[in-house]
Design a protein. Sequence first.
Length: 301
Amino acid sequence: MMKTPHPHIHKIISTTLGFSSSILLNLNIPAIAQTVTPPNLSAINSSTSTSQVKPKKTNLQWVYSVAEKVIRANGLDDHPWRFEVSDEYDINAYAGELNKIVIYKGLLDQIHGDDAALAFIISHELAHHTQRHSAQQEETEARLKDKLLKEAETEFTNWIVEERRKSKTPISVAKKDVIKQRIIIQKKQEFDNKIQALSRQHEFEADEIGYTYIVKAGYDIDGGFRVFNLLSRLPSDYTENSTHPPTQLRINALKQVIKKYPWLNLWMDGNERLQINYKSLKFDLSDDGISLRINSRFVSR
């Protein structure tokens, strides 16, 4: 029968190892609804030439025009994807729940007009989704927490047994607490190190797969490097406890990825898909009233 962990040890480790995060997005819903009206995007994606000056794309229109091409070129159009532009002026983007990608206005401003850079950002986040990185991390965290709780309880019990063997004098409560805290700190550090290593591995994987996505979609292969060069100038580019690898290491890794995957083969594969599924994917406002939903190729309306 499995032993129940010591209640005090369980409480402390569960509190210390557990974590949660939430991001509140303050968006103007009516304004976003206006930016995703079909006439505007239809005009942007029209192949008909015109002598008139086209109006400037909104951020969501820009994201749509790049994202739907990447999605089609890589055969990721079996289900819908959701894209949200956060009004917060952060230089960041992340893969949200299930099929959602959030890109901050600050990042879009910093790469303004660079389709290849935007394609790499979108492709990187798509890769997080297609490789199940979020689910993998949650599963790993749950297994690791359970493992560390059992180890902590075993180590504490073994220490009690050893102390009683060496001396018949009762162990003071203060001494027990010191040992408990020592074990907890050690296990928490082990947890943090392993989760950080997993997170950094996922970032490298998303960079690699994201690169293949942008090449298949026909975007400039240097788009990723331009994004990295931007990130490398940020004050918070890298800290010892960062979940992301140092940007220079990501640049070096991307150079090796380019050697690993001949661009012509990737481009031919993606171009064939684009020719077969040549119609732009339809879109509308998600039921959440905030994000843009790029529908799958099976949507007929």
